[in-house]
Design a protein around this ligand. Structure first.
Ligand code: NAP
Ligand code: MG
Length: 485
C-alpha cells in the first residue's frame, strides 16, 4: 500500500523579535537584576535564545515595593469597571499578537506550534476576557460584600509558575488577581521566561499603570525570596508537590495566605461499554498532549479487563501515527521535552518501570540527536505498587492497569496521594455519574479529557493542593472576605 507522508510545514519564527538579553520588569520598566544572568534555550535544538536577568532578594524586594506602591496609590482606588477595561485591553492585545506569542512559547518550551497556537494562547486570552467581565461584578459573586460594597482585594500577591504552560499559567494567575484589585509580582520558571517577558511588553502597550504587574525572573532562590518576603499578602503557587510543601512550611504561622496547585497522577477509566476509538483519542490526548508535561495528564489508564487487549491494540495502532519532531512544524504532535533535567527524570522512572517488571512499548520513531527527546511510551502489565503507577512522570509515559468491577476501578483510581483530575469513558450516564461521585479528584471528565475553560474551576484534593483557579470559585482566592473557601 502506498504510504503518504506530510510535507514539512514549518512555522516562520520571523514574527518574533527575541532580544539578546532581558532585564526584570519592575515598576513598569525593564531594570537590571543583581543576580547572575542565565540563559534560556530552545529544548528542541539546545540553541541559546536569550540571556535573562536573575532577581536576587534585593530585586524581589524592589518588585514587592513597586507592587505595594501601585496597590495603595492606584490599583486599589481604580474602579472595577476601569480594571475590567484594562483586562479587556490585555486580552485583545494577546489575540492581536497571538502568532508572536505562540511562536515564542514553542521556541522556549518545546511544545508543538499547533498546541501553543490552538490551546495555550487562545486560552490565555480567554482567561483575561473572562476575568475582565468579573471586575465590576465582584459584589454579585457570593463572596461577601454587596454590589455597592464589593469584597476587598488582598493587596500584593506573589505568584510562582512552572514551565509546562508558561503563558497560560501566567494568565491563570494574573487575570483573577488583577480583576479582584490586587497587584502582582510573578516569577516564571527558569527554563521558560520569555513569554512572561513579552507579556510585560503587553502591559506597557496596554498602558497598565506601572507596578500593577511585575515580573521577576530566576530559579528556585528567586521564588523562595518572594515566598519569604514579609510584604507579600498572598502566595499563589503552581508546581511540584515537593516545592509546594516547602512553601506551605515557609508561610506557616505568618499572615501570608496560600493557594497551591500541585502535581497529579490521574486515572483515565475505560469501561467495556465505551466507544473505544473515541476513548483511544481521549487516552492519546490525555497523556501525550504537551509531551505529558501536564499536571492533570491521564497517566494511569484503567481498562476493564475484558477489553484490555483490544484497546491496547487500537492504542498502539494510533500511536504509530503520532508525529514526533520539530515543534515548529505545524504537523507535529509531540515536541521536545522541556529540559535535560526533566528528560533525566522521565528516563529514570521509565527504566524503573521496566526493572519492576512492566512491559515497555514505543512506536518506531526517529529522534533527533540534538535537543531533548523521549518517544511516546506505553507500559502494560503495571501493578499498583510500581513507581510508574504511583509517581508523577510528567512525560509521555502511560501506565496501563486493569480492573473488573466499577468498585475496583474507583478503589484503584483513588489509590494515589494525588487528586487533581480523572477521566471516565462509558456509554452509560448512570455509570459515569456513579463513578464520578466516588472519585477524589478536583476535575472529572466524562468521554473527553483535558478540556479547559476559564469559567470552570480547576484544582486538587489531597497532595494535589488546595484552592481553585478559574470560575467564580477562583475569585475567592483573591478577595479578603472568602466565603466557603
Ligand atoms: P517546581 O520545581 O515545583 O517549580 C515550580 C516553580 O517554583 C518554578 O518557577 C520554580 O523555579 C519555583 N521554585 C523552585 N523551588 C522553589 C522554592 N524553594 N521556593 C519557591 N519557588 C520555587 O515544578 P516544575 O517541575 O517546574 O513543574 C512541574 C510540576 O508542576 C509538576 O509536578 C506538575 O504537576 C505541577 N503543575 C501543577 C499544575 C496545577 O495546576 N495543579 C499545573 C502545572 C504544573 P525554577 O523552575 O525556575 O527553578
Ligand atoms: Mg527555554
Amino acid at each position: 500500500m502506498p504510504r503518504f507522508d506530510y510535507a514539512p510545514a514549518p512555522e516562520s519564527r520571523a514574527i518574533v523579535d527575541i532580544r539578546p538579553s532581558y532585564g526584570l520588569f519592575v515598576g513598569g520598566a525593564f531594570v537590571e537584576g543583581h543576580g547572575t544572568p542565565f540563559k534560556t534555550v530552545n529544548p528542541a535544538t539546545e540553541e541559546v535564545l536569550a540571556e535573562v536577568a536573575e532577581a536576587d532578594a534585593a530585586d524581589v524586594d524592589r518588585a514587592v515595593k513597586a507592587a505595594r506602591t501601585a496597590y495603595t496609590r492606584v490599583w486599589s482606588r481604580t474602579s472595577g469597571r476601569d480594571r475590567g477595561k484594562w483586562l479587556f485591553r490585555i486580552a485583545r492585545i494577546l489575540q492581536e499578537r497571538s502568532r508572536e506569542f505562540a511562536v515564542l512559547e514553542t521556541l522556549d518550551n518545546g511544545k508543538p506550534i499547533k498546541e501553543s497556537r490552538d490551546v495555550d494562547v487562545p486560552l490565555a486570552a480567554a482567561h483575561f476576557f473572562y476575568h475582565a467581565g468579573w471586575a465590576d461584578k465582584l459584589g454579585y459573586a457570593g463572596l461577601g460584600g454587596s454590589p455597592a460594597d464589593p469584597p476587598r482585594p488582598l493587596g500584593v500577591v506573589g505568584q510562582i509558575i512552572p514551565w509546562n504552560f508558561p503563558l497560560l499559567m501566567l494568565a491563570w494567575k494574573i487575570a483573577p488577581a488583577l480583576a479582584c484589585g490586587n497587584t502582582v509580582v510573578l516569577k516564571p520558571a527558569e527554563t521558560t521566561p520569555l513569554t512572561a517577558l513579552l507579556f510585560a511588553e503587553v502591559c506597557e502597550q496596554a498602558g497598565l499603570p506601572p507596578g500593577v504587574v511585575n515580573i521577576v525572573t530566576g530559579a528556585g532562590p528567586t521564588g523562595q525570596a518572594l515566598v519569604e518576603h514579609p510584604g507579600v499578602d498572598k502566595i499563589a503557587f503552581t508546581g511540584s508537590t515537593e516545592v509546594g510543601k516547602l512553601i506551605a512550611r515557609a508561610v506557616a504561622g505568618t499572615r501570608t495566605r496560600l493557594t497551591l496547585e500541585l502535581g497529579g497522577k490521574a486515572a483515565n477509566i475505560v469501561y467495556a461499554d465505551a466507544a473505544l476509538d473515541q476513548a483511544v483519542e481521549g487516552i492519546v490526548d490525555g497523556i501525550f498532549f504537551n509531551q505529558g508535561h501536564v499536571c492533570c495528564a491521564g497517566s494511569r489508564l484503567l481498562v476493564q479487563e475484558s477489553i484490555h487487549d483490544d484497546l491496547v491494540r487500537r492504542l498502539q495502532r494510533r500511536l504509530a501515527t503520532l508525529r514526533v519532531g520539530d515543534p515548529m512544524d505545524k504537523n507535529t504532535d509531540l515536541g521536545a521535552i522541556n529540559s535535560a533535567a526533566q528528560l533525566e527524570k522521565i528516563r529514570e522512572l521509565a527504566d524503573a518501570g521496566e526493572a519492576e517488571g512492566a512491559n515497555r512499548w514505543s512506536p518506531a520513531c526517529e529522534l533527533s540527536s540534538r535537543g531533548y527527546w523521549f518517544p511516546p511510551t506505553v507500559f502494560t502489565g503495571v501493578a499498583q505498587s510500581h513507581r510508574i503507577a504511583q509517581e508523577e512522570v510528567f512525560g509521555p509515559v502511560l501506565s496501563v492497569l486493569t480492573f473488573r468491577t466499577p468498585a475496583e476501578a474507583v478503589a484503584k483510581a483513588n489509590n494515589t496521594p494525588y487528586g487533581l483530575s480523572a477521566g471516565i469513558w462509558s456509554e452509560k450516564g448512570s455509570r459515569v455519574l456513579w463513578t464520578a461521585d466516588r472519585l477524589r479528584a478536583g476535575v472529572v471528565w466524562a468521554n473527553t479529557f483535558n478540556r479547559f475553560d476559564p469559567t470552570s474551576p480547576f484544582g486538587g484534593y489531597k497532595e494535589s493542593g488546595y484552592g481553585r483557579e478559574g470560575g467564580r470559585h477562583g475569585l475567592a482566592a483573591y478577595v479578603a472576605s472568602e466565603v466557603g473557601a
